[in-house]
Ligand binder design. Sequence first.
Ligand code: SF4
Ligand code: SF4
Ligand code: SF4
Length: 341
Amino acid sequence: MRTQRPDIPEDGNPRRQFLKGCAAAGAAVAAGAVSTTAEARETYQRPPEALGLLYDATLCIGCKACVAACKRANDNPAEFSTADKLWDTPLDTSGYTFNIIKMYRSGTMTTKDDETNGYAFMKTSCMHCADPSCVSACPVTAMVKDPTTGIVAYDPQACVGCRYCVVACPFGIPKYQYDSPTGKIGKCELCRHRHKDGHYSACAEVCPTGATLYGRTSDLLSEAKRRLALQPGSVTTYPRGNLSGGADQSYEGYVGNYKQHVYGETEYGGTQVLKLSAVDFEKVGMPYLSPKSSASTSETIQHTLYGGLLMPFAVLGAMTYVAKRNVHHEDDAPADEPGKE
Ligand code: SF4
Ligand code: SF4
Ligand code: SF4
């Protein structure tokens, strides 16, 4: 009669046990490595001269001049969502639309910037994160953060089309040109190609109300906090254009009923594009994000596992151990194995 080999469990074959063993050993080693050696790296901060935008939704009239200006500045084609195809009508950002104004709607939509029975606008474009996960995820440095301006730039020559940046961005910003055989990633680069000609972000240049304002992020943050400190309904002076370049012009307007929160001041470790709104940020499509960037966490884990080839050696060791345990020499065969004594 054939007996069960003592080292082979009754409920499984050796191969399955081998694979299970490898997985368990590898996981245990990896978990141990992370828990004992991982120390999260700091979330990177904005550079002191970081450039960005302040979008104030209470000043936005939804004219979409910024959407058209962005298209022109980046030489992007129109995208149609209506049958007549008369106007550029993108419904979201895409490989050819880097800036869009979305609308929040509630009930009768009677009052602007009211959460109930109101409506509001929100700009969607790259936030130029202080510690961008698109840069961290890119395996070929096609996404790069400028050390001086902090602008997150894209290099189509370096890009291999893996789309890791698309998956990594918490704001859903980088988009791939799926319709092109030589597709690239499309996203706002703060119009950096226009700076050498004395221009700044086209969306801010064209905005008639100053709802999109360009400048150093530190100046924009001060301006945002000044607005939050004002009495709602009082009159104040709003700058337009380039805040750090002396603002092209200004005008008097009523102060909105702001949420006391500058979105982007701390979210995700801070962003260079800041936002003000009278409607809850999550309701207008801005995700809740902790002050810690996910790039700092994921890079800590990667560097812990792969630093000094710890992970490959650990897994190789675990596999060797389990393999040896499951390999049996002929001498070890049970006495009642067919052909053996
Ligand atoms: S918003 Fe997304 S694409 Fe822009 S810098 Fe941050 S992670 Fe990168
Ligand atoms: S800065 Fe330039 S690329 Fe970015 S949203 Fe504005 S116009 Fe578009
Ligand atoms: S141009 Fe200014 S006011 Fe018009 S939609 Fe854009 S941000 Fe709003």
